[in-house]
Design a protein around this ligand. Sequence first.
Ligand code: PAF
Length: 253
Amino acid sequence: MKTVTSIKQFRQIRKTLGTSKLGFVPTMGALHQGHISLLERSVGECDVTVLSIFLNPTQFNNPDDLKTYPITLQEDLEKAAQAGVDVVLLPEYDEIYSDNFRFQVNENNFSKQLCGAHRDGHFTGVLTIVMKLLNIVKAEKAYFGEKDYQQFQLIKDMADAFFIDAEIVGCETIREADGLAMSSRNTHLKDEARALAPVLHRLISEEASDDTVAHQLKGYGFEVDYIKTIAGRRYAAAILGQVRLIDNIRLRQ
Ligand code: PAF
């Protein structure tokens, strides 16, 4: 497994790969089983798998969230090697944002709803970094977890709108045995909050209205950002013990 920090150097390596089918998994590190499932899918479907690890500051609206985001690079590299990754790209801020974030990808509709309504500028940061990474890596397939379904949908729409060649592949949410969607931020949950956290998935899976689910969650002590059904998918975000949890499920027709 090769590890590359320079984008220039990555581009040299990319040239040597010719027409191999390249799969790409962009991450911010702190890899968990959800990320591993994306890597394994890429390894199974493609000739070469590239993983990127970049804690992207432009998508954090809350400086404390950025400061406390878990960083576990050594473990991440071991997990990546075990999953069969070929190249890890670890870009540096000054190179990937050599424009100083002067150029940005903005979406003016769906990105303003749900998480976008609660995290100012978040999706502009996400779409901008993903656009940069897709242009650098030039993958045939790029894999994203459906836990962040709004993010996945926006990236897919962006790729269509800008005629990006990569196929944007959504992969099923990986859950703990008790139903909690895996997330790098789950490590911040203290024991009591961790025990309560699966209630989010349980309640959004029940056949009750969005308002009823929100009301029940508040009863358990969650601070609810939103519970909202759009086009047959129920999206949820709620804060528990200072940790913001998000989840979504496809509702039965
Ligand atoms: O889902 C994430 O980890 C990030 O939003 C992504 C897609 C890697 C962009 O920084």
